[in-house]
Design a protein. Sequence first.
Lengths: 280, 266
Amino acid sequence: MSLSVKDLSFTYHAGTPLARRALDSVSFEMNSGQWMAVVGPTGSGKSTLAQHLNALILPQEGKVTVDGMTVTHRSPDLREVRRRVGLVFQYPEQQLFAENVYDEVAFAPRNWGVDEGRLEVLVARSLAQVGLETSLSSRSPFSLSGGQKRRVALASVLAAEPEYLVLDEPTAGLDGGGVRDLLSLIAELVRGGMGVLQITHDLELALSRCDAILVLDHGRVLGMGSPQDLVDPLCRAVLPGLIIPPVLDFSRRLRERGLAVPLTMDAEELGRRLEKGGRY
Amino acid sequence: MTLGQYIPVDSLVHRLDPRCKILGTVALMGALFVGDGAGAMGAWGGLFFLLASASKIPVSMALRGVRPVVILIAFTAVINLFFSSGEPLWSWGILRVSREGMVAAFTMSFRLFFLVLFAGFLTLTTSPMELADGLERLLSILKPIGFPAHEMAMMMTIALRFIPTLLDETDRILKAQLARGADLDRGGIGRRIKAFVPVLVPLFILVFQRAEDLATAMEARCYRGGDGRTRMHPLRWTLRDSGALVGLCLVTVFVCVLDARWPLLR
């Protein structure tokens, strides 16, 4: 069970003066139970890639395959691809529309033809997953706080029981507690076998929590691998918009000066190693 | 959709003063009501290709701007074709087709087509800021009689500026719902309209939010209307603008005179 992208290229407004190459021969594969981060500066093609995975944008060149189903214009499996790959947009709370939270969360499973009896179970479970009380079901989603709206939007995607989850900058605009809760939820989903692809600017999050990282810049893959493989090249690459975690940057600079310290984001670990005598 | 969209390329038409382009568009639109025979329509078509080439705007892109009004054009043609007075060539119930009706259907639909096409050229080659500056300067001659030139220009700029933004927002909402399995392009017309209601609700909310944000942002930057306002890029009318405007006017007058003298289809 995997989601694979092969030589994917995409140009917005192709054949017009506004033509802009968003993706250029992007290839990677993500398996079930894997947590992958896609990092890159603004305009590097991350969101375009995310929309290809959910078949909202169809490939102009290259191939996107979800559990063996190829996404093309003529594919009869487009709806099934959209069911299997749940996509949470950036600022998803801006796309809420239903009269109440229940209808909002039930929107996707209803579209997939789930019967009303099972629907109630799915809605209750999805709300619980994102840490919302079922008592909110009858409230208008527009009357909720920003954080609650975000959770409702996430629950509305989880209710469709996707096999893969694509999150477009899910932590943007959340406070510290909100980020922690969201990351715990993602970790739990990944443990349950879901493949999660998370688009983020947060290098610290990508390096500390994810199994694999895909680095995009100007629509091209700059690097792909485990956090251990990428930590050093990422620190050296100057990618505008990506902030190297300060402790990691500090440890890298110490190493460059000959100190025997590990490349780490953990300030305490770095302190301990320095106490033990990082030497020139 | 290209209506209200600006294509920033370096071309002769783009470099013209916005006032020249506005006056030229008005002249062309006026001429469309005078020269409306088949020969004139052919000439307007030729002028369209000439303008497309001079402005480096692809013909397909300019034509795309007419797409939203295709139904209106077709409706105009049908109404004129079947309900115009004149000697009937064919009739069925209340429907009558006359020679006059056929001519009216032809002229009215082509007139509407070129009106939208030429108006689209103005926004494709003039940025909203330039357009507002140009309009304000042109309308300022009415200021002595209390005409709110600056306010009118600002309202028009905002309206034009927000057409592509609203289209983008609609696209985003549509995608968010398609991603959750919404079926927006299947079924009968009734089902499709019903499916679009959930798209309109967040769109209206976003529109009001954006309007409020914009008003707040303008107030925060001490916006107080046009009095005493200076410009970063003051408009400058050059010989090139005079030449372009006079040239265009001569062409339109020439076409109208020819059309009046030797009408091809009337």
